[in-house]
Write a protein that binds this ligand. Sequence first.
Ligand code: IFM
Length: 467
Amino acid sequence: MADAATPDRPAEALTFPQGFRWGAATAAFQIEGSTREGGRGESIWDVFTRTPGLVIDGSNAELAADSYRRYRDDVALLAGLDADDYRFSISWPRVQPGGTGPANEAGLAYYDRLVDELLAAGIAPVPTLYHWDLPQELEAAGGWLNRDTAYRLAEYAGLVVDRLGDRVQRWITLNEPAMTTLQGYALGSQAPGHALMMGSLPTAHHQLLAHGLAVAAIRERGDAEVGITNNHTLMVPATDAPADLFAAGAFDLIYNRIFADPVLTGAYPDLSGFGLEAMPGLEDGDLELIGAPLDFYGINFYNPTRVAAPAEGSEFAAAGLPFEPVEFEDVATTGFDWPIMPETFTELLVSFARDYGERLPPVVITENGASFPDEVVEEAVDGGVQRTVHDERRIGYLDEHIAAVRRAIDEGVDVQGYYLWSLTDNFEWAEGYTQRFGLVHVDFETGERTPKDSYAWYRDRIGSSRG
Ligand code: IFM
């Protein structure tokens, strides 16, 4: 593992192929705030955050990073990085407050302004159409358990593309459908908070169908590039024992392959090990839509997962699941206690190129980053006082993970871009404001922004990568 770079010891120059795109990523609910402005409707996350005990610090996203009002500041920060792309998400309930019907003009107008501001700064907008903020009215009608939600998403996608498609060249349909299924519907640890375990599986299919229908809606409207963002983790068996190897394979299926295979190969993996003959909810014609060719495949990667056969009496065993994630031993971790193992990032990317071969379009890393407990310090500089954050550990994580991407490229994986999560600190879902991922510190009382050392480091990394 490479030594971590620090501000005093800049990262070694590491050039990337010409045309490689650098950027940063955010999501509407996590940064925008102003949840009652401009006719925005309610999403499942507004309801979740209001429910006592579900968000760890009892917070909500009414201010978040205040980006609805400060989007110009965010664009200026991106310009200061010399970023090529900005991956942000469009809030469905701003555009269609109840998830159906005509577009809300004030909602679209906000994204118009953001897109124009980005283009004026020379930054390409890369919107994600759906990053978890399902309109609550659709949840009341069954949410992602209801097949109709997929058709509603495609209709909403059409409204957005009709408005922004003259200026947006690259779209992402969905963000991390696996998390919606596993955390939102299987475990209930995220919105909408259902604990259905295997009963959550139809939500995976309905989201992927929504992806396929949205791809078709985008293609009907022009020649923009389109892709999906899936989050993937490398499964590491706890031991070589057959039971652990089987467990790692089973978790790989549920977490990675159910979401990657149909998109990349037009077929679901064999689910007979889970007692299923077919994916619940699958209908004729769905796989053609879901497997339609993409211009790029977005991968979010944060850490690997160590997997064992479920311990007797564990909640996994009780739920009848054939796997259980367990901790790595003696590995440094992020603020979230996620293991820092950059070599597994290379391994994951290489495994995708190997397993999917020519079916894998160019890869874009649509998220990668780390949370740490940052602290703002005030320092005397040139007779004045400067606020800053010395986040060496984040720099170390980023340095090693960007180098891991470079190694994957050397090993033949066609990776064409890297978007860092995240531009600013933000609302980290059920963890509230306890996990800071930003290059820029945000005071969650006032919205004030303070670039961290990692901001200058990433700017330099982008510059030196261009050779
Ligand atoms: O903040 C999230 C993001 O919304 C989706 N991917 C993982 C990030 C960090 O947990």
